[in-house]
Design a protein around this ligand. Sequence first.
Ligand SMILES: [Zn+2]
Length: 214
Amino acid sequence: MAVKKIFWENPYLTEIETKVTNVDNDIITLDKTIAFAFSGGQQSDSGTIGGYEIVKAEKYDKEIFYTIQPNHNLRLNDDVIVKIDWEKRYRLMRLHFAAELVLETVYQNYNHPEKIGANITADKARVDFYWNGKISEILPELMDGINNLIMSNLDIISDFSDRDNEIRYWQIEGFAKVPCGGTHIRKTGEIGLISLKRNNLGSGKERIEIYLQS
Ligand SMILES: [Zn+2]
């Protein structure tokens, strides 16, 4: 039985009581969890399990393996509290969705360029494209478009497209439906206004950096 991923059902939970389902030295698994493990460019959450710091969280198939501080005293079937660093997670969620809006808007309005990569930290997000010329030329228009979506405070639906295989999507009615297994905010307005910056990576690769204004 893989861990129940409560961070999908309720991405706003900061604390949960759960049970330890396996202990292998520093690596443990849980019955259910709110601590996200690195996926789709979204960083793992910081937090604690039973008071022990989460050092690493890795997803394999449907299971999440948490490495915690060594010399812990957790045992199989122990009841434990999982807490996450909400300030970090919420910034990750806001920047993650800002990156989703940037990607979708670029795809829809600028001829669907090929994405090379994306990464989201608590400080900034980035998306990289193959691009002819300077991507800075579209940034003012792109930023206005995204900030309009944000100020419109649109509803974001997140759900399973395939529950058995844990395939998820987010959707904004009339805008886009996109597969993603990240944690998503419920309203675009939660992001607050954003700023965009260009970074030239060379060889026809261009990076858009995304910053929260507040
Ligand atoms: Zn996402």
